[in-house]
Design a protein around this ligand. Structure first.
Ligand code: PLP
Length: 377
C-alpha cells in the first residue's frame, strides 16, 4: 500500500544531498568539529535572516529557552505566563529555572494564547511571557508587546515551529526581547540532528548567554557563572547554512500546500474546522492542523493510518494537566479551550515535497471517514 508519511526528510535529502555531502565533507576533512568558522558563519547568517544584531547557537530549542530565561535572571519566586497547548519544553524550561509556569487558555481560533487573558494572570511575581507561535502561526505581537511593555514584563518568543514566519514585516524572533529557535529535523529549518539558537538585539544579554552556554566562562578556565555545555556542532552548522538558503522556498511550498488543503477540504468543512491564518502576519505552516468536530478523532486517525495516511496528534494532553505539573494544582475544566482542542486536533501530512496527488488522497480518505461516522452516528 502506498504510504503517505506525516513528514519525509528523505525526499528533501534527495533534492539537496550533494550540497549537504559537500558541506559535511569539508568539516570532516578540516578536523575542526567544535566551534570554528562554520558555527560563526551560521550565527552571522541567521541573525541577518531574522533581522537581529545577535544570534547565539546552542544544542536545542529546549536549551535556547532555558538560556533565555537564565540570562533574564528568572528563577525561584518568579512566574512566567505561557500556553498549555504546546510542546513540553516551553514549560519545562521555566520549571528548570525554579520559576513557576502560569498557564492561560488559548484563543477560540488559531491555537495560540488568548491575549485577553494575560492581564488577569499577572501578579507581582510575573517576570515574563512566553508566546508560542504554534504550528507556524504568529501570535499578534503588536498586542502582546503592548501588554508586556505596559506591565514591564519580558517577552521570550518560542519560535521553534515558526522559523521564517512574520508579524507585520518583521520576522518572528526579532520582536520580543529574545527569540528561541529549534533546528530539530522536522522544524521548518531542521538540522540532521539537534540544534537551536537564540536571537536578540541586546549585546549585554547576548554576552551573558554566550557565557552561560559555555560553562559560565568568558575565557579559559575561569568560570563566572553556573553554566552548561550547549553547543551547535560544526557539522550541523554547515548543514544549516545550506538549508537556510532554501528556507524561504520551502516555506512558500508549505503555504501553497496549505492553500490546496483549504480548497480540497472546504466542501467537507461541516464536521471539520479548518485552520485559519491570522491576518497581519505570515504563517509558515509547520503543521496543517484541522479540528475534528464529531468526537471521533482517534478512530479517524486510526482508520486513516490503515489506509496508509499517517496523521499526528499534537498535543493530546495540555500541559496544565500533565502529571509532572500536578503540584501546580490545575483542575480538569479550568482551561476549557485547550482541553477541548486537544481532543479534536489532527495534523495532516505536511512537508514541502508533498505532492498534489497525495493531498488528494488525504482529502478523499478524510471525507470518506467523516461520512462513515455520520452514518454510524
Ligand atoms: C520543538 C520545540 C521545542 C524544543 O526544541 P528542541 O530542539 O526539540 O529541544 C520547544 N518549543 C516548541 C513549541 C517546539 O515545538
Amino acid at each position: 500500500m502506498n504510504q503517505i508519511p506525516p513528514f519525509d526528510l528523505s525526499r528533501q535529502y534527495q533534492l539537496i544531498g550533494p550540497e549537504i555531502t559537500a558541506a559535511t565533507e569539508e568539516i570532516l576533512r578540516s578536523g575542526r568539529y567544535i566551534g570554528g568558522n562554520a558555527v560563526k558563519n551560521f550565527e552571522q547568517q541567521f541573525s541577518q535572516y531574522i533581522g537581529v544584531r545577535e544570534c547565539i547557537s546552542c544544542n536545542s530549542g529546549t536549551d535556547a529557552l532555558y538560556l533565555a530565561l537564565k540570562a533574564l535572571n528568572i528563577g525561584p519566586q518568579d512566574e512566567v505566563i505561557t500556553t498549555p497547548f504546546t510542546f513540553i519544553a516551553t514549560a519545562e524550561t521555566i520549571a528548570m529555572t525554579g520559576a513557576k509556569p502560569i498557564f492561560i487558555d488559548i484563543a477560540q481560533n488559531g491555537f495560540n494564547l488568548d491575549l485577553n487573558l494575560i492581564e488577569a494572570a499577572i501578579t507581582p511575581k510575573t517576570k515574563a511571557i512566553i508566546p508560542v507561535h504554534l504550528f507556524g502561526q504568529p501570535v499578534n505581537m503588536t498586542e502582546l508587546m503592548k501588554i508586556a511593555r505596559d506591565r514591564n514584563l519580558f517577552v521570550i518568543e518560542d519560535v521553534a515551529q515558526a522559523t521564517g514566519a512574520e508579524w507585520g514585516n518583521k520576522k518572528l524572533g526579532s520582536i520580543g526581547d529574545i527569540g528561541c529557535f529549534s533546528f530539530y529535523p522536522t522544524k521548518n529549518l531542521g538540522a540532521c540532528g539537534d540544534g537551536g539558537a537564540v536571537t536578540l538585539n541586546d549585546s549585554a544579554i547576548a554576552a551573558k548567554i554566550r557565557t552561560i552556554k559555555d560553562h559560565g566562562r568568558e575565557s579559559g578556565y575561569i568560570h563566572e557563572l553556573t553554566g552548561l555545555n550547549s553547543r551547535l556542532d560544526a557539522l550541523q552548522a554547515a548543514i544549516l547554512q545550506v538549508k537556510l538558503r532554501y528556507l524561504d522556498s520551502w516555506n512558500q511550498k508549505r503555504i501553497e500546500i496549505a492553500d490546496r488543503y483549504q480548497q480540497l477540504l472546504e466542501p467537507i468543512s461541516n464536521f471539520l474546522k479548518l485552520p485559519q491564518s491570522i491576518s497581519g502576519g505570515k504563517n509558515v505552516w509547520n503543521q496543517y492542523t484541522v479540528e475534528i468536530l464529531n468526537d471521533n478523532r482517534d478512530e479517524i486517525r486510526d482508520r486513516l493510518k490503515k489506509a496508509g495516511i499517517n496523521c499526528a496528534v499534537y498535543y493530546p494532553l495540555p500541559l496544565h494537566l500533565q502529571p509532572v505539573y500536578r503540584d501546580l494544582g490545575y483542575q480538569t475544566g479550568q482551561l476549557p479551550r485547550s482541553e477541548t482542542t486537544a481532543t479534536r486536533v489532527l495534523s495532516l501530512p505536511m512537508f514541502p515535497e508533498l505532492t498534489f496527488e497525495e493531498q488528494q488522497q488525504v482529502a478523499y480518505r478524510l471525507q470518506d471517514n467523516l461520512a462513515y461516522f455520520r452514518k454510524t452516528g
